[in-house]
Design a protein around this ligand. Structure first.
Ligand SMILES: [Zn+2]
Length: 239
């Protein structure tokens, strides 16, 4: 019994209606959540899981694709409510998730601060504060490019740098599904690289697209945008 559920989490943040798409993989032994939403999203995730007949008490692992606040924001809450969950991330991202080093997103925001207008600066300071308040959490196991596991029918970890250097995606062989995290987004029904403003290294992001062309993919799940399954190879080549 290998199952994949895409959780559609709908919410309103700063007056904007939006959705994110964490994924739950299941087999007889494992239940793995991939990414866990913004800070204070635990109740939304529990709610959405229960609508899909999933009980988060059975969660065994959380895989964090990268340390942005919309992907790891509720990790500490999740761990404190469900202490048996093991938390996994790329070895490159461990030091940001456990708080040993300042988040790259905050470093980026601080670096551009002086170039902003007064109006933007006010917004930026709020953003800095939000990032500073993200609760760090310890990583139980680190992941590297090409790691394979027999969980949920077999998964492979693919390092997909660009959006962030430690970004990983998860490939599920059995269903030829790529859980892309933020390596890809769906915008206007088109597969694309996230906005340059949020992509720390555009050159790397493009190399990542080429790397993904080596995989046999029938379906891509983007954290921002949801499920994409039309003509994957050509869509990747077009980016
Ligand atoms: Zn994101």
């Amino acid at each position: 019994m290998n199952k994949l559920n895409v959780l559609e989490i709908n919410f309103e943040l700063n007056g904007v209606v939006d959705s994110i798409y964490p994924v739950i993989l299941r087999d007889d032994k494992e239940m793995i959540l991939i990414d866990c939403g913004y800070p204070d999203f635990l109740a939304l995730i529990e709610d959405c899981a229960s609508k899909n007949n999933i009980d988060l008490d059975e969660l065994t692992k959380l895989i964090i694709t990268h340390h942005d606040f919309d992907h790891m924001g509720s990790a500490a809450d999740l761990k404190s409510k469900y202490p048996n969950i093991k938390i996994l991330s790329s070895s490159k991202d461990e030091k940001y998730i456990n708080g040993k080093e300042k988040s790259l997103r905050l470093q980026q925001a601080e670096a551009i601060y002086d170039s902003l207008s007064e109006e933007q600066k006010e917004w930026a300071l709020n953003f800095h504060k939000t990032l500073e308040l993200i609760e760090s959490v310890d990583i139980d196991r680190t992941l590297n490019d090409g790691d394979t596991f027999d969980w949920c029918g077999g998964i492979e970890i693919i390092e997909t740098p660009g959006h962030m250097p430690g970004h990983i995606s998860i490939y599920i062989k059995e269903s030829r599904t790529l859980i892309a995290g933020d390596a890809l987004v769906i915008e206007n029904n088109k597969l694309d690289i996230a906005n340059p403003q949020y992509t720390l290294d555009m050159g790397e992001a493009k190399k990542t697209i080429n790397k993904l062309l080596n995989y046999d993919i029938d379906r891509i799940i983007c954290y921002h945008g949801g499920i994409y399954q039309s003509d994957i190879k050509r869509s990747l080549e077009n980016i």
